[in-house]
Design a binder for this molecule. Structure first.
Ligand SMILES: [Zn+2]
Length: 619
């Protein structure tokens, strides 16, 4: 009988309606006339099923007494029993009247069982909604006498631990869902999502549920990751502690100090390995709180510090960086037959003589400030002032202080970018005319003169030659050039990142640039070889070879790398552990990122208590 219906599912355009008709199939039977002649039904339309309802003959479906049916939906059938129900259509509310079934209950204080009822009172609990209807349980709660002669509690209210918390206005299962919304999204967004899911509540209620939720019991952690997190970047930091074995956040501390870490660790004597960054502060805290634990320096921080040393080294090599950019552009042309296209015209860079002078004056002003900062930091550091104090005094971040301390001389001024400046405002026009087919540079010079250009025809001609070459090589004139072929060269920072990136992951132009840079300058080549050897130690975890590398770096005569090696010496045992053991703080960094998201979801208003709950209890 139902074969016609199944055939209908095979029709294109009718798929996806199977959910509806699967139920129809269970409840209805299709008439045979429809079955015989499927061509009467237009393809792509939901068929008007000519069916009649037949009494169900299937034994799966029964018509039970309604109370027996509804009884399945109350929270705990062992301790509650359904007495009656009432559906209020206008208010869309289903009220279930329930009573507690146990005749003997235990006193919450002395645990003695009792059956002597003192009184009854009504209690209403909100429960999970059913479709558009809100559901509430109307409960008659009993009070009992405690008959134990020495018990201080004479009368007590019976507890329903599987249904609701004492004094709660909602069932446990509703509270759990609301808690999940609050943990995942915080107050405001959680309440909005709850509204969409028919779990209506207020942001404050959600926050209270999150704050009151019991913290998960921490198993005795053995391998721990410690790192800082920023309350407010550059100003106030806290500490995050993560179990590196099961990746769970163990705690969030509101401060970053050796004392708090030591106190926290003292509660967990099971900790045998602690992974940390290179700060002396955490090293001290761990030494005091868990003296027997092995300290491990996180490999990410080692590579980060090496990269910073390389950046400092390259800061003073601006001419070499520029020269390598020029030879990279040439090499790229040789390899792929490409011609470097001019940089794309950016409209906001309108440049006049006065504007250029203003820019240069501003640059000189900035440079003077850098030199003053450099001298202040080095003076304070020489006097033994801690880096944190220097940062606070000068109003800059600690990484900036460290970056200045790595320098051996003040930063050099940035060279103004003059290339193509006079023509820059007219480049868009020239490119447009070029596309229209005008390639005569003298004609174009006259046109730009009419627009206000006051410089030589030769500059225009050079630009047109570059357009011609780029066009011959198949490059659109507005193609962005690689940062490694720009006339001013890439920044020291960008090169340092390429430098620590594994060769297999470098882009072709980046690799070519590194080749050009190292071929041109033997000192840079030596620094490159040394740093690659260090990165190999890190990647292959050869802690035993660290001492030999440090000796080589110290003897190399490259000041920044020698200083980096000397820094390793101060924390050698933890370094070697970091380069030998498999533990690393990647998981902790992941949780710090998650914490940043949680912080922003609270629009910066969440306190440490709320953040701790949300970061520790992932939904
Ligand atoms: Zn008692």
């Amino acid at each position: 009988m139902t074969s016609g219906l199944f055939r209908a599912f095979g029709e294109p355009g009718l798929r996806g309606t199977s959910g509806i008709y699967a139920r129809a199939e269970l409840l209805y039977t299709i008439l045979p006339t429809y079955d015989e002649n499927p061509h009467r039904r237009p393809v792509g339309h939901v068929p008007r099923v000519a069916c009649r309802v037949l009494p169900q003959e299937d034994a799966t479906f029964v018509l039970p007494p309604i109370l027996t049916f509804l009884d399945h939906f109350i929270p705990d059938r062992m301790s509650l029993s359904l007495q009656g129900w009432h559906l209020h259509e206008t208010a869309a509310q289903l009220t279930l009247q329930v009573t507690a079934t146990r005749t003997r209950v235990r006193c919450p204080l002395c645990q003695t069982p009792t059956a002597r009822v003192h009184s009854r009172y009504p209690r209403t609990l909100a429960d999970l909604p059913w479709g558009p209807y809100t559901v509430r349980l109307q409960l008659r709660v009993r009070k009992f006498f405690c008959d134990h002669p020495t018990c201080a509690r004479r009368i007590f209210t019976e507890r329903l631990p599987t249904v609701a918390a004492p004094w709660a206005r909602r069932t446990l299962r509703l509270a759990q869902r609301l808690l999940a919304c609050g943990l995942a999204l915080g107050g405001e967004a959680g309440a909005r999502l709850g509204g969409r899911l028919e779990l209506r509540t207020s942001p404050d209620t959600l926050l209270r549920l999150v704050q009151e939720a019991p913290r998960p019991a921490a198993a005795a952690p053995q391998v721990l990751g410690v790192d800082e997190w920023a309350w407010r970047r550059g100003q106030r930091y806290g500490t995050i502690l993560v179990n590196l074995e099961d990746h769970q956040v163990l705690d969030l501390l509101p401060e970053r100090s050796a004392d708090t870490v030591a106190q926290w660790l003292a509660q967990y004597p099971t900790v045998t390995i602690v992974c940390r960054d290179r700060s002396a502060l955490y090293a001290d805290g761990i030494r005091r709180g868990a003296p027997h634990a092995v300290q491990v320096v996180d490999r990410f921080h080692l590579v980060k510090n090496l990269r910073e040393a390389i950046e400092a080294l390259l800061h003073d090599q601006r001419p070499a960086l520029q020269a390598a950019a020029a030879s990279t552009a040439q090499a790229l042309t040789q390899v792929a037959g490409l011609v470097v296209a001019p940089p794309m015209y950016r409209g906001r860079h309108r440049c006049s003589q006065a504007g250029q002078q203003r820019q240069e004056a501003a640059q000189q002003h900035r440079h003077a400030a850098w030199v003053a900062t450099y001298e202040a930091i080095h003076t304070l550091h020489a006097q033994g002032t801690p880096v944190t104090t220097i940062a606070a005094q000068l109003g800059i971040s600690r990484p900036t202080v460290y970056a200045y301390l790595r320098r051996t001389r003040p930063p050099s001024p940035r060279s103004p970018q003059r290339s193509g400046q006079v023509l820059r405002p007219y480049m868009a026009y020239l490119i447009q005319r070029w596309r229209e087919g005008c390639t005569d540079s003298m004609q174009l010079w006259r046109e730009t003169q009419a627009l206000g250009y006051a410089h030589s025809a030769r500059t225009v001609s050079r630009f047109i030659t570059r357009l011609r070459q780029a066009s011959a090589a198949g490059w659109a004139p507005e193609t962005q050039t690689s940062p490694y072929t720009r006339p001013q060269g890439p920044s020291a920072r960008a090169v340092s990142f390429t430098w620590v990136c594994p060769e297999a992951k470098r882009a072709q132009d980046a690799q070519l640039y590194v080749d050009q840079l190292t071929q041109a300058d033997p000192a840079i080549a030596q620094a490159y070889t040394l740093s690659q050897a260090f990165l190999a130690l890190v990647r292959e975890r050869r802690g035993d070879a660290l001492a030999a590398w440090m000796a080589e770096a110290s003897a190399s005569g490259i000041a920044t790398l020698a200083r980096f090696a000397q820094g390793l010496q101060e924390d050698l045992a933890a370094m070697q552990a970091g380069l030998t053991l498999p533990w690393s703080n990647g998981v902790v960094e992941g949780h710090v990122n998650r914490l940043k998201l949680l912080k922003r979801q609270g629009y910066g208003r969440a306190g440490v208590g709320l953040l701790r709950q949300r970061v520790m209890q992932a939904v």
